[in-house]
Design a protein around this ligand. Structure first.
Ligand SMILES: O=C(O)C(=O)Cc1ccccc1
Length: 296
């Protein structure tokens, strides 16, 4: 059975996501440690959160994707997110509440209304907050619903969420060399650094638009130590095996200073992508025939 390093400890949302993939789950304490386990070959896969519908991209994941040796996404999954507030049995007063920053941000209004005046404390994960409450370090933790089964805590509140229908997307990462087959409902992800000149981002996006490629994600992160220069993370619908996607990535390569392929993999929603592959194949066949002098 392959091993999957996941952003743990036990009881995190990432564990819930990783359970959807087949493998032996290996908890590690941080997102960079999940990448390290994969890069060192201690596990075949790593499972990490990449973006949340309320809070946006997960910076630790974006940064780890470009650091060190390349890794690629081979699958994704999306979880509905709702939170439980866990406390030690018998807790009467809550003065401190701890969790992962993404979790705290998604229950900020609830905390302000229900627990006015409490101090919020960031921990490495939601489950790390539960463990800290168990040890008596804080009074309450904002956690995934399953965390109550892993820690000696009880539910103070359940189904807590400021914005209904919040969702988080997770990636299953592997070493390069594993390219999932195209399914007709795929996503491709790359990260580029561009030269600092007028219009370069619009040139990249035009290359996609010209080929009828749907952009599903665009994130920018500053290049460390170089204020004013950015890396762009670009997600599109389609698979690198499709000619129009391959073509577009080649065009992005021409426009960028650096480009890293982050994977082509089935989309979690399985919604088919309108690819116009037949039209692209017919056009390429026509050019071929013209070159050979067979057609005009
Ligand atoms: O800390 C966790 O449980 C995680 O897996 C990260 C996270 C935090 C908040 C929402 C979704 C994922």
């Amino acid at each position: 059975m392959p091993r999957i390093a996941y952003f743990g400890p036990q009881g995190t949302f990432t564990e819930q996501a990783a359970l959807r993939f087949e493998g032996e789950l290996v908890p590690v304490e941080t997102i960079p440690l999940a990448f390290a386990a994969l890069r060192k070959g201690e596990t075949e896969f790593a499972c990490v959160p990449i973006e949340n519908s309320v809070e946006g991209a997960v910076p630790a994941t974006l940064d780890a994707l470009v650091r060190d040796e390349p890794v690629v996404a081979v699958a994704e999954t999306v979880l509905d997110v709702r939170f439980s507030i866990l406390v030690r049995p018998g807790t009467r007063e809550i003065k401190t509440i701890a969790s992962h920053p993404h979790a705290l941000a998604q229950v900020r209004e609830w905390i302000a209304a229900e627990l006015p005046g409490v101090t919020s404390i960031a921990t490495s994960s939601t489950a790390a907050a539960a463990a800290a409450v168990e040890r008596g370090e804080f009074d309450a933790a904002v956690t995934a619903p399953v965390a109550v089964h892993h820690y000696a805590l009880e539910e103070f509140a359940v189904d807590v969420l400021d914005v209904p229908d919040a969702r988080t997307r997770f990636l299953l990462l592997a070493q390069p060399g594993q390219l999932p087959e195209p399914t007709g409902a795929d996503r491709t992800s790359v990260v580029v650094t561009t030269p600092n000149r007028v219009g370069v981002l619009s040139e990249l996006l035009t290359e996609l638009a010209l080929r009828g490629i749907n952009l599903t994600g665009l994130e920018s992160r500053p290049q460390k130590g170089k204020l004013g220069t950015y890396r762009f993370y670009i997600d599109v619908e389609g698979h690198i095996a499709e000619p129009r996607i391959g073509d577009a990535l080649a065009a992005l390569h021409r426009h960028s200073r650096e480009i890293r392929f982050l994977g082509s993999f089935p989309k979690a929603d399985h919604e088919p992508v309108e690819a116009h592959n037949d039209e692209f194949a017919a056009a390429a066949a026509w050019v071929d025939a013209v070159r050979k002098g067979e057609r005009g």
